[in-house]
Design a protein around this ligand. Structure first.
Ligand SMILES: Nc1ncnc2c1ncn2[C@@H]1O[C@H](COP(=O)(O)OP(=O)(O)OP(=O)(O)O)[C@@H](O)[C@H]1O
Length: 628
């Protein structure tokens, strides 16, 4: 790095003049800024006022254990006013002057910092930053507060508009507590007129706050206040019902969390019945801090793989962001995240041993998501290895069962101890079931691509555990398939005239002997089919040029294998046909059998093959007609 000096901005001689300016803060501007950038929605003000009222009540409760406390909202539609009233501790005149008018200064935060009062009461206070009151200006252009201190009985009236000075005067109020009156901006007058709107806003944040909240003096409380998941030993039935009513879906499996270390976590998680969560957004949780809802969709706490898990957590040690709409990504946050990763996995491991039927139904329901997640998450893969049931030619089997049944016998020429055969294409399923019917090894139908990957990784895990195992497509191209599965001997290319007669440039014909009584076996090359589809599209001019180039490059690198047709020399028709010429009627019968085998394997006959079929039928018909 160059050696350069930090030059002073000041003149070298003593300054001829110095001016000191007070640091200017445009409070109105800051309030506007807070409204626009700090909070994502104007009803955040409702939450801040509830929090303040709550803290006031908690502080009074710390002094008087008999006292319960409540919060009341009142609407005055004619005046466009909403009031939030509590019967809490109230403020002295000095406190009102000091804390209500100073941005960034709040008593709650101070008390929590100093640990004043009984540990419990301070621990319950929500306020922290000393800015919440200013959020009232999101909804209102004027705010008036009347407060009576519960001990001194002093009554203070406080008033502020965003542009004007704060005015503090004596006030009138009979009982202890604080009332905050919001003179709503015209665009927010609905909060004074629409009771449902106000109720929704209250419940959005304070649903689980134990303090009762009422609107317009009505008897029933707006917030439910109960949160079974916070109880020391929650009743699981009640918990399930509560989650169901809160999240609006029936949990498939519920698990409560009560954790003390390394961080305190209370709550409940459940498995959602939704099959495609995580498609549009990452897994999310409802999170409360001191029972106020921080977010109903908090991201980043659940592991990515657990996209089918939902729930609600009380994280009293986590820090809300200043807007209280999210959590600060600090060490505590990451401790919670790491804990959840381990906890959810352990829960499923326990479920698999303690309630296997339940675990099986979860796997069946969330097959895609679980198998997909297991590709990356090794412990989950180990769990699925022992419990995930693949569909095979011998019914459903777990990986260890497949391994056991796929052991090569002593007579096999294979160098591997175990060979797992699998079939990745649906149209070969029935056919391969027949082929494998008498064979002790199963054919695993990995009909969804993630299952093929899952099986491959399980094989790779077995290999790294020291097992001598191979993994092969059940098809004639795979070593050992013809000999060990089909019992086929001496596989050779068909003589050229038979290749020309029975095959095409896309169909390769060979002859062998196999134990089955089937005359012809056909195996399609999926790549060849794909190639053909693209060729047709290209001819129709239906493919964008860029895509076309990509496809051509793809197939140039690796030309597709032809479809395979294998004639069984042991079958009498095949044997007799091959001993005659390609012009004999039996040759046409054989060609019909080849077409049939290709169709059974899933090939849709093209025009050439269909034409050929017609020729064969006419030729046989003619030959038979001639004979009668
Ligand atoms: N209803 C109330 N009852 C008693 N004191 C109150 C009430 N509302 C506000 N106060 C006092 O005013 C202070 C400032 O409130 P403000 O909402 O701005 O900040 P806070 O609640 O301390 O912190 P935060 O910004 O995190 O909400 C509070 O700390 C509290 O001392």
């Amino acid at each position: 790095m160059d050696d350069h000096r930090l030059e002073s901005f000041a003149e070298d001689t003593a300054p001829t003049w110095v001016k000191r300016l007070p640091f200017q803060v445009d409070v109105a501007g800051i309030i506007r800024l807070m409204g626009r950038s700090l909070y994502s929605r104007p009803d955040a003000a409702i939450r801040e006022l509830i929090q303040n009222a709550h803290d006031g009540v908690m502080r009074r409760r710390a002094q008087d254990l008999q006292y319960q406390g409540r919060i009341d909202f009142y609407q005055y539609p004619r005046e466009g006013v909403v009031e939030v009233a509590d019967d809490g501790v109230g403020l002295t005149r000095e406190e009102a002057e000091k804390y209500l008018g100073t941005l960034g200064s709040g008593l709650s935060g101070l008390l929590r910092g100093q640990g004043e009062g009984t540990g419990e009461s301070v621990g319950h206070l929500i306020g922290e930053f000393g800015i919440g009151l200013f959020s009232a200006f999101l909804l209102a252009d004027r705010v008036e507060i009347c407060t009576r201190h519960c001990v001194t009985g002093e009554v203070t009236r406080w008033e502020a508009g965003p542009e004007a000075d704060i005015i503090v005067t004596p006030g009138k109020r009979e009982t202890p507590g604080t009332t905050v009156r919001l003179y709503l901006k015209p665009e927010h007058r609905a909060f004074a007129e629409d009771e449902e709107l106000l109720e929704r806003a209250i419940r959005e944040y304070a649903e689980f706050l134990p303090l009762p909240i009422h609107i317009n003096g009505k008897q029933h409380r707006v917030n439910v206040g109960t949160a079974t998941w916070l109880e020391p030993t929650p009743d699981m039935g009640a918990l399930e019902l509560e989650l169901e009513s809160y999240f609006g879906e029936t949990p498939l499996d519920v698990f409560a969390i009560r954790q003390e270390k390394p961080v305190v976590i209370r709550g409940a998680l459940y498995v959602t019945p939704q099959r495609t969560p995580g498609f549009t957004d990452a897994p999310a949780l409802t999170v409360t801090v001191r029972r106020m809802i921080i977010s109903r969709k908090l991201h980043g706490l659940l592991p990515d793989w657990a996209s089918f898990v939902r729930g609600v957590l009380e994280l009293s040690e986590c820090s809300p962001t200043t807007s209280r709409e999210d959590l600060v990504r600090d060490t505590t946050f990451y401790l919670v995240r790491d804990f959840l990763d381990r906890f959810i996995l352990e829960h499923f491991q326990n479920l698999a041993t303690e309630a296997p039927a339940r675990w099986q139904s979860l796997i069946a329901w969330h097959r895609y998501l679980l198998a997909g997640a297991a590709l990356e998450v090794v412990p989950l893969r180990y769990l699925l290895r022992d419990t995930y049931r693949f569909i095979t030619s011998r019914g459903e089997m777990t990986f260890p069962e497949i391994m056991k049944a796929s052991t090569c016998d002593g007579f096999s020429e294979d160098v591997y101890e175990t060979v797992i055969w699998y079939n990745p294409s649906r149209h070969l399923e029935a056919w391969l079931n027949e082929v494998f019917a008498e064979h002790p090894a199963p054919c695993v139908h990995t009909l969804r691509s993630f299952e093929e990957a899952l099986l491959a990784l399980m094989v790779a895990d077995a290999v790294s555990d020291g097992k001598w195992v191979d993994f092969r497509v059940a098809g004639p191209g795979s070593p050992g398939f013809a000999s060990s599965i089909l019992g086929m001997r001496e596989l050779t290319d068909a003589p050229p005239e038979w290749q020309d007669f029975l095959g095409t440039d896309r169909i390769h014909v060979s002859v062998g002997e196999y134990s089955k009584s089937i005359p012809v076996l056909a195996f399609l090359s999926e790549r060849s089919e794909l190639h053909r589809t693209f060729e047709v599209l290209q001819k129709q001019g239906a493919m964008p040029v860029g895509f076309q180039r990509l496809i051509s490059a793809h197939f140039q690198q690796d030309t597709p294998q032809p479809h395979e047709v294998i004639l069984n020399r042991r079958h009498p028709i095949v044997d007799r046909a091959l001993s005659q010429s390609v012009r004999s009627p039996l040759a046409s019968v054989l060609r019909l059998l080849v077409n049939k085998a290709l169709q059974t394997a899933g090939l849709v006959l093209d025009a050439t093959l269909r034409e050929r079929e017609q020729d064969d039928l006419s030729w046989i018909e003619e030959a038979l007609w001639g004979q009668s």
